[in-house]
Ligand binder design. Structure first.
Ligand code: ADE
Ligand code: ZN
Length: 335
């Protein structure tokens, strides 16, 4: 049985496996510039965040109908459940779809077909977080928030993703203020490729409650002290960091040092179809490469539920936390 965990940093478009990409391409008459799934997989050699994003946006062309989004989310939830995910807070990138003529309604209603039945079908509770693309304009983010207004009963929060460097959090002050006024929870990617100052700015200017990645906080001891003091969760993605070269090798990942410093770290998969593993695979990889003890692994699982937006259902959070405490570790490669 896998370790019970919450996944808090997961881009639904990043769960598009090559097989499903080809199936959807055929269904929608979309031509992909790859002969087959093997050739597509060979393209998964990334130098940095941008080289990944280029392929990530290109493959989204196959997502056209509500059913496509439902099939995508359902496939993710099945895989996540098999790896012990009990609760998932799922990012989506509406601007990437709106730009292709796919409406907000198609995306949200499609995802909801899978999310709405996820508990009964997969045993996974879910929340939806709408991300703004930081390499698009602030005006576009505001328009996107406007387009999402009819669907806010389905959207828990907002996030900020895509190319980080050169697009500091302050660019999105206005849309974050507007989202806060609507009662939306706030997170943002910061300190993945961008400097530690972006983390500080996301906290101070955008009022975020969690930092996605946040790896580069380790360059600023005063920032680490603040994150520890304020119990700001960081949603780390170890296999993503290796594939996008934020770290050289997994054995050199700062996760153990971050835990030793008292940071509230969680382990997540980011874009699992592209980075070689889902949530449980990330746990197993850090256990193996970083020699994390069972108590450290339990702490990471506990943190994932503590950092989740389950304030509307504390009873559920308590149940999940009890599952973590009762967990008995077995085979070292199944987490
Ligand atoms: N979009 C999808 N994955 C991302 C990542 N790791 N960083 C920024 N934007 C993303
Ligand atoms: Zn991400």
């Amino acid at each position: 049985m896998p370790l019970p965990k919450a996944e808090l940093h997961l881009h639904i478009e990043g769960t598009l496996e090559p097989e499903l990409a080809f199936e959807l391409a055929a269904r929608n008459g979309v031509e992909l510039p790859y002969a087959d799934t093997d050739e597509l997989r060979k393209a998964y050699q990334f130098e940095d965040l941008q080289s990944f994003l280029n392929l990530y946006y290109e493959l989204m062309a196959v997502l056209r109908t509500e059913q496509d989004f439902a099939d995508l989310a359902d496939a993710y939830l099945a895989r996540a459940a098999a790896q012990g995910v009990r609760h998932a807070e799922i990012f989506f990138d509406p601007q990437a779809h709106l730009a292709r003529g796919v409406s907000m309604g198609t995306v949200v209603e499609g995802l909801w077909r899978a999310l709405g039945t996820s508990e009964s079908v997969h045993g996974v509770s879910t929340k939806l977080i709408m991300c703004f693309l930081r390499d698009e304009s602030a005006a576009s983010a505001l328009q996107t928030l406007e387009a999402a207004k009819p669907y806010l009963d389905r959207i828990t929060g907002i996030g900020l993703d895509s190319a980080e460097v050169g697009h500091p959090p302050v660019k999105f002050r206005e849309v974050y203020e507007a989202a806060a006024a609507l009662g939306l929870r706030r997170v943002a990617h910061a300190g993945e490729e961008g400097p530690p100052e972006y983390i500080t700015e996301a906290l101070d200017v955008l009022g975020v409650e969690r930092i996605d990645h946040g790896l580069r906080c380790m360059e600023d001891p005063a920032l680490v002290e603040r994150l520890v003091r304020d119990r700001v969760p960081l949603t780390l993605c170890p296999l993503s960091n290796v594939r996008l070269r934020a770290v050289d090798v997994l054995a050199g990942h700062p996760l153990p040092a971050m835990l030793d410093a008292g940071l509230l770290c969680t382990v997540n998969s980011d874009d699992p179809a592209y980075f070689g593993g889902y949530a449980g695979d990330n746990f197993a990889a850090v256990r193996q490469s970083l020699g994390l003890t069972e108590e450290r692994l339990r702490e990471l699982a506990r943190n994932s539920f503590l950092a989740s937006f389950l304030e509307d259902d504390e009873e559920r959070r308590a149940r999940y936390l009890a599952e973590v405490e009762a967990y008995e570790f077995g085979s070292p490669d199944a987490l």
